[in-house]
Design a protein around this ligand. Structure first.
Ligand code: ZN
Length: 89
């Protein structure tokens, strides 16, 4: 769930709906794509993981010191770059 994307999508959808209602000559053309795109954005935000993903490792994991791939805590080597992980913690 990404709140920024949800808010952005809703704003775009509202803008599209507004253009659809007002029916300005040229902007009317953009009303349906905007409304649909905004709706898709808002919907997609529910299926996307938290935006802070790259910043905090999932529970039980930490980032590889070489390639920042999530590595299980206690694992000796990274599964992606095979880098030796520092011990402890
Ligand atoms: Zn690595």
């Amino acid at each position: 769930m990404r709140p920024q994307l949800l808010v952005g999508g809703l704003l775009v959808a509202v803008l599209g709906a507004l253009l659809f209602v007002v029916q300005l000559p040229f902007l009317y053309f953009w009303s349906l794509p905007l409304a649909l795109g905004g709706g898709v954005m808002a919907l997609a935000s529910f299926f996307m993981s938290e935006g802070e993903g790259p910043v905090t490792a999932p529970p039980g994991y930490r980032f590889c010191v070489f390639c920042t791939n999530p590595v299980p805590i206690g694992a000796e080597r990274c599964s992606r770059c095979n880098g030796l992980q520092p011990r402890g913690e």
